[in-house]
Design a protein around this ligand. Sequence first.
Ligand code: SF4
Length: 68
Amino acid sequence: VSARLRVRLDASLCVGHGRCYELAPEVYGEDVEGHCRLLHAELPRELEDAARRGAANCPEGALEVEEG
Ligand code: SF4
C-alpha cells in the first residue's frame, strides 16, 4: 500500500481570498471569515489531484501537500 497524501494548512499564512476552495471545493472549505479549512482529516485517494491543485494555487504558500 503506497503512502497517502497529506495536506497541511498553515493558518497563520492564510489571508482568505479563497483560491483553494474555489478551485478544489471538495478538499478545501471556508470558515466564517473566509479562511481556509481542511474538509478531510484523512484525504480520500480520489481527491488527491484536487488537493494538489488547490495547494499549488495558494499564493501565500499556506498549503502544503506531502506524500505519506
Ligand atoms: S488560497 Fe491560500 S491564502 Fe487563500 S484561502 Fe486558500 S489557503 Fe488561504
